[in-house]
Write a protein that binds this ligand. Structure first.
Ligand code: GDP
Ligand code: ZN
Length: 311
């Protein structure tokens, strides 16, 4: 048996990178992962074992290596089935701009919580800094200070001015990354800068599959800066699953750390007495904006979850 990484899937065929070779593979009818019902048992990023078929130019996948993490979404709003977007992701990049378009910190904090929940390391890319006036630059500094303080890697960038590109390259080196962010923040521009061979039209990454929102779309892995970038068509980010409210405090890492000193070990940091998190917010150790967004997510209703999370 040989080993390879799934770099592209069409639902029934899989393209593998195995050493220097690209190999087409299929799966047998009843192949299913044990953990849960998925519409796609094998996903982009999966490390698989396969055997070439006699007298054929394709292989059969016989086994998937245990995933270190994965991103899922529901295949439809009502379905219990999930679709695995991608597996074995080293970093999730979120591209953020303060103008053109404005990215809301609520969106950033939801996305960070989703990363923590999925066990994926997030990196924040602050793009279009060439457009910022003095006031916005100051605001950017305070936002970066806040996230760096919590422990998140932040990179300031301007794609057309080549600012921050080397740092992004160094971060990617030999890693598998996903790139999220609102439409228009500069994702395709960055990818084109890193790998001109891909020649994506700007706007293509986020808009291309937009009309297929609720149909199954498949991710693809592109070689970039010595590693791989996974393009997730039609998906701006990835969401929080419906059970996350039960452990949302664990998905805000500074809240998780402070919560060790709360009186109750199931403290939600809302109404409970002797809450170390609320004390830390009061003393400024935890940023009040982060705490506000934590509370806001806790109070969101489930319909909003479904709407926002499975785009
Ligand atoms: P995407 O939707 O996230 O893929 O965004 P695009 O890459 O299509 O970029 C949207 C627009 O922003 C395009 O017109 C880009 O040329 C422009 N853009 C991208 N990065 C920057 C930047 O750092 N500074 C400025 N001024 N414009 C940028
Ligand atoms: Zn508490």
């Amino acid at each position: 048996m040989k080993q390879g990484v799934v770099i592209k899937s069409t639902g029934s065929n899989y393209l593998l990178q195995s050493g220097a070779d690209r190999i087409l593979c299929k799966i047998r009818g009843k192949f299913r992962t044990k953990e849960f019902m998925t519409t796609n048992p094998v996903a982009v990023g999966d490390i698989v074992y396969f055997t070439m078929q006699k007298d054929e130019d394709f292989g059969i996948i016989s086994k998937i290596k245990e995933r270190k993490n994965f991103l899922v979404r529901k295949s439809t709003n009502l379905s219990r089935q999930t679709h695995i977007i991608a597996a074995n992701i080293d970093y999730a990049f979120l591209m953020i701009t303060l103008i053109q378009p404005k990215t809301y910190l609520m969106f950033v904090d939801r996305w960070l919580a989703a990363c923590e929940n999925s066990n994926i390391v997030p990196v924040l890319l602050f793009n279009k800094i060439d457009l910022y006036n003095a006031e916005l630059s100051k605001k950017l500094e305070s936002i970066i200070n806040m996230y760096a303080d919590i422990g998140y890697k932040c990179i300031k960038m301007s794609v057309p001015n080549n600012l921050g590109i080397d740092e992004v390259k160094d971060t990617i080196s030999a890693k598998v990354v996903v790139l999220s962010g609102n439409s228009g923040v500069g994702k395709s521009s960055l990818i084109n800068r890193l790998n001109p061979d891909l020649d994506l039209k700007t706007g293509e990454i986020s808009e291309f599959h937009e009309q297929g929102k609720h149909t199954t779309t498949f991710a693809e892995m592109f070689p970039i800066a010595g590693g791989f970038i996974i393009d997730t068509p039609g998906i701006k980010g990835f969401g929080l699953d419906e059970t996350i409210k039960e452990h949302l405090g664990d998905c805000f890492i500074e809240i998780k750390a402070a919560a060790e000193k709360c009186k109750f070990n199931n403290c939600t940091h809302t109404h409970e007495p002797e809450c170390a998190v609320k004390q830390a917010v009061k003393s400024g150790k935890i940023h009040s904006e982060r705490y506000r967004n934590y509370i806001a997510i806790l109070n969101e209703n489930d319909a909003k979850y479904r709407q926002d999370n499975y785009l």
